[in-house]
Design a protein around this ligand. Structure first.
Ligand code: N01
Length: 580
């Protein structure tokens, strides 16, 4: 547990609410704000000792966002947009956490949140049409709606390495970092993993450690962030037209705005490609993948950007053998692209070593360190930057029981199944914010969260308007949506490799492409249509239940004109719209 401060003393509570929300990250906070705004009573339970979700737990050195801060923020309040000042292009974790706390207090949310409290079970009561929720603090509460705001990357993956308990030093996971920080000064440090968390933390750990050894199973592509301080003039310019920027972002496949080039790489000359890649590299960050329109659709096009990126690595890393090891051989951007500050440069430092564990895996932890291929590497401290049980792991930690005693884990054994990634058959009135089958991690998360919450609130308010008891997806619609999510994923090269997108970063998990890759505006349009058609694909039951177009209270702002012609998933494939 990262938070070692004393838990707040409180008595277990009982009671009935309109909604119970699990999690007080950005999703839970915005859900609570909207629930209260529409006059619903709510209780939020949060396992951490404070708000912020991901940004509460991931306090490892170098943690920062990789979507520009002026877009990686809530868009629902123009006053908030105008008042808050981001200090850097990609703000560091403490500032994002401060923002989450600011939002919590500015909108008076804290009194309805119970911290240091993990929800252990949620059980649907078919007789009373409500959810009974229990926590590890003895709370027993009920609500008509149960909302999972549990995050897509929240359940830490701690691979069960043999002998872990023998290691005499501390072992830290980047996703559950100690609040008091870790001083690596003069220590021999081992880092396992080379994903985003490792790539952000390694350069900073290297500045303190006396020796740093990185265990790499799969080499990673990474693009420089070129992070910088934001000037008051820049912030003023963005704020002068913030609503327009927000609207443009909503119309983009990723839910955030950046210039991209629709032209296919395969139609450009070598010279044009080189120039385009150099310019995109100079801008840096995730938009590098927007250098051409076909990079995630055509392997031959992808090879050109992969070659360019490998040449960059070889140009940075002085030792040719290390550079070779650091050069990925898979599809560029297939795993989530990393964004770094000085990652590859770190391997030029004399005290930093790279160990390839792709063919000879980590055998065991020993008392002194880590053993690979018969060699023992001694350490004072080990960092597991080994990622998460993505998308479904945070659901698995709660016993969620729906109709007929079926648990969500049982239903999802072969892979997650949810209509629009919002709700799942057999689990009435259970909503999932950025659930599997929605754009979630393939869009700017905060925008994806806001769109989901607004849609859910319009649905809940509709139930209240017509006196209905439950809303639940219809099996055929859920099945068709899952089939569609799978079909669309096949148009992207992203479905071709092993990654947390498909669950295969963890042994034994089924291979399913979990997020919806058809593009954020396409998805939003689908959600809007479902609502306009009287919640098509859902059964609304009880009272004077009616599947009719609701009074739209919140989702109107998501009906934006598309600034590129992405009107259907097929068009995404045909038009090669870059989805970074
Ligand atoms: O996790 P990861 P992460 N032996 O799964 C390796 C978001 N995020 O925490 O690739 C040896 O990417 C594993 O190897 P392999 C972002 O969406 C965003 O870094 O499976 N190695 C891999 O190298 C990101 O994608 C930011 O072969 C083992 C690493 O551990 C997501 O979170 C910052 C192993 C895990 O990489 C997850 O990132 C941080 C084993 N047994 C995170 N098991 C921003 O910039 C695993 N590995 C906003």
């Amino acid at each position: 547990m990262a938070d070692d401060k004393r838990k707040q003393e409180r008595q277990p509570e009982t009671g009935t609410f309109d909604a119970i929300v699990v999690g007080a990250g950005f999703a839970g906070l915005y859900m609570l704000h909207r629930l209260r705004g529409l006059g619903f009573t709510a209780r939020v339970y949060e396992a951490g000792g404070g708000v912020g979700g991901t940004w509460y737990w991931n306090r490892y050195p170098g943690a920062r966002c990789d979507v520009e801060s002026m877009q990686y923020s809530f868009s629902f309040s123009e006053e908030l947009d105008q008042q808050w000042d981001w200090s850097e292009k990609y703000s560091p974790q403490p500032e994002i956490l401060a923002y989450a706390n600011h939002v919590t207090d500015r909108f008076g949310l804290r009194p309805d949140i119970r911290f240091d409290t993990r929800v252990t079970s949620a059980t649907f009561d078919e007789a009373k049409n409500c959810w009974h929720v229990e926590t590890d603090r003895g709370d027993r509460v009920s609500a008509k709606f149960c909302i999972m705001a549990v995050g897509c990357l929240s359940a830490a993956n701690r691979p069960p390495f043999a002998g872990m308990e023998d290691f005499r030093g501390p072992i830290h996971h980047t996703g559950e970092w100690p609040h008091q920080g870790v001083d690596f000064t003069g220590l021999r440090v081992g880092v396992i993993g080379t994903g985003s968390s490792a790539i952000q933390s390694i350069p900073i750990i290297a500045q303190q450690a006396s020796e740093l050894t990185v265990f790499q199973r799969t080499a990673t592509y990474s693009v420089p962030a070129w992070n910088e301080k934001l000037t008051p003039e820049y912030r003023k310019t963005v704020k002068a037209d913030y609503p327009a920027l927000r609207a443009k972002a909503r119309a983009r496949p990723t839910g955030f705005y950046f210039p991209f080039n629709m032209k296919p790489a395969l139609e450009a000359t070598d010279e044009e490609r080189k120039q385009q890649y150099e310019e995109a590299w100079k801008r840096g960050g995730l938009p590098f993948l927007g250098a051409f329109g076909d990079l995630l659709f055509e392997k031959a096009a992808n090879d050109t950007i992969a070659d360019f990126a490998r040449a960059k690595i070889r140009g940075i890393v002085k030792d040719p053998a290390t550079a070779d090891l650091l050069c990925p051989d898979n599809v560029f951007g297939c795993k989530r692209l990393c964004v770094d500050t000085g990652y590859f440069e770190t391997y030029n430092l004399p005290h930093v070593k790279l160990v390839d564990v792709s063919k000879t895996p980590i055998e065991r932890f020993t008392k002194q360190g880590i053993e690979v291929n018969g060699t023992e590497y001694p350490f004072d401290v080990i960092v597991c930057a080994t990622g998460f049980a993505a998308m479904t792991g945070s659901f698995d930690r709660i016993k969620i029981t729906g109709r007929n005693g079926l648990t969500l884990s049982e239903k999802w054994r072969g892979g997650p199944r949810a209509y629009l990634g919002v709700a799942s058959v057999g689990f009435p009135n259970l909503f999932m914010i950025t659930g599997p089958g929605s754009p979630s991690v393939l869009a700017s998360m905060i925008q994806a969260i806001e769109q989901h919450v607004d849609w859910m609130l319009d649905c809940m308010a509709h139930l209240r308007d017509v006196g209905a008891a439950t809303v639940e997806p219809i099996q055929t619609y859920e099945d068709e949506w899952i089939e569609h999510v799978n079909e669309v994923s096949k148009v992207s090269l992203r479905s071709t490799c092993s990654s947390w997108y498909v669950g295969t970063n963890i042994a034994g998990r089924p291979r399913v492409f979990m997020p919806y890759i058809g593009g954020f505006p396409v998805y939003v349009q689908k959600c809007n249509e479902v609502m306009s058609n009287g919640f098509e694909g859902f059964v609304i039951d009880g009272g004077a239940a009616r599947n009719e177009g609701p009074r739209v209270r919140l989702t109107e702002r998501w009906r934006v004109p598309l600034d590129i012609d992405v009107i259907s998933p097929a068009a995404v494939a045909a038009r090669r719209v870059p989805v970074v």
